[in-house]
Design a protein around this ligand. Structure first.
Ligand code: SF4
Length: 324
């Protein structure tokens, strides 16, 4: 965790959805995290693991079933609506599908200008000037602000989404698979835009992806999610080069290596279980390839620190000191 001061704290955040016949879909289960100012936290896991729901919860687009979310010392879930309206722009989300997230009937000037109006910026000329400034920041030609979303490429639309998020002058951006739908060459450009803006405005970011290699390039810390829970959390280099949870090791074994020997991929048996029927004990035990101990099937392991700032939820995770 950066010493730069905690910006956002999530404590025991849980989101359960009713799934009929008194069943419950446990999308997010008791997640606790902290994000420092200016920090990028990568949130990674297979599709369906709850990472998008967690992103929406932290951005207040969904209401948690339980738990607390604090922004800069303010309990966001227990403040009056008018105070929440004031604070909300400080948290912004960038969505996976840039086309679906932009109103096709509005021009780019209207789309990026809307948050400025909400922030009480008045006067058409001033709004236009600011929109042009924001478009320039994300590498778009401001003279195209009168065009509609369908007149732009996928990468340009994602830049528009970033400009719209920046219009609110956020302190935390939650980017949900922001490059997943883009060509590889464009992905690198968008990642660079995000990195540059983060550095320029000292923005914190939660970068959500199913691809641990993408996350490792942009994050200072990485949280690995499995079936609604964080099972590993730590500095990016430690998680990548010394993973402590067998699920993280399996994810990493599937990443293609350039210029080094490719380890044999660890194939996990079966699919990720349904969040309506989360296995008892360790929720990973139905797919775990380690020789399990009795507790694996009976007690859910909590996150515990196995190295400095590096946490894993596995009964068998050992610290370096314990291994030597
Ligand atoms: Fe595997 Fe047991 Fe660790 Fe779960 S607690 S990951 S089942 S070894």
């Amino acid at each position: 965790m950066s010493s730069d001061g905690v910006l956002l704290t999530a404590a025991h955040v849980t989101k359960h959805f009713p799934a009929g016949k008194r069943r419950v879909l446990r999308a997010v289960d008791d997640v606790s995290l902290e994000i420092a100012r200016g920090e990028t936290l990568g949130l990674v896991g297979e599709s369906g693991c709850g990472k998008t729901t967690l992103g929406k919860l932290l951005c207040l687009l969904e209401e948690p079933t339980r738990g607390e979310i604090w922004l800069d010392g303010t309990d966001l879930l227990h403040i009056p609506p008018n105070e929440l309206r004031e604070l909300r722009p400080r948290l912004q989300m960038i969505f996976q599908d840039p086309f679906a997230s932009l109103n096709p009937h509005k021009t780019i000037e209207q789309i990026v200008g809307l948050p400025l109006r909400i922030k009480s910026l008045r006067g058409k000329a001033r709004i236009r000037e600011r929109v042009h400034e924001l478009l320039g920041m994300v590498g778009l030609d401001p003279s195209q602000s009168g065009r509609f979303p369908h007149q732009f490429s996928g990468g340009q639309r994602q830049r528009i989404g970033i400009a719209r998020a920046l219009a609110c002058e956020p302190e935390l951006i939650i980017a949900d698979e922001p490059v997943a739908s883009l060509d590889v060459s464009i992905q690198a450009q968008i990642l660079q835009v995000l990195r540059d803006l983060q550095a320029r405005f000292h923005l914190a970011a939660i970068f959500i992806s199913h691809d641990i290699s993408v996350v490792s390039h942009v994050s200072q810390r990485i949280a690995v999610m499995y079936l609604g829970r964080v099972v590993e959390l730590g500095p990016a280099q430690d998680v990548i080069y010394d993973p402590k949870h067998p699920y993280t090791r399996a994810l990493l074994s599937a990443v293609p290596r350039v210029g080094e020997a490719q380890p044999e991929a660890t194939l996990l048996p079966g699919d990720i279980p349904s969040p309506i029927a989360v296995p008892r004990g360790c929720r990973f035990h139905t797919r775990c390839y380690l020789e399990q101990v009795t507790e694996c099937g009976t007690g859910e392991p909590g996150l515990r620190e196995v190295a400095n700032g590096h946490f894993a939820a596995c009964h068998l995770a050992r610290s370096k000191a314990a291994e030597s």
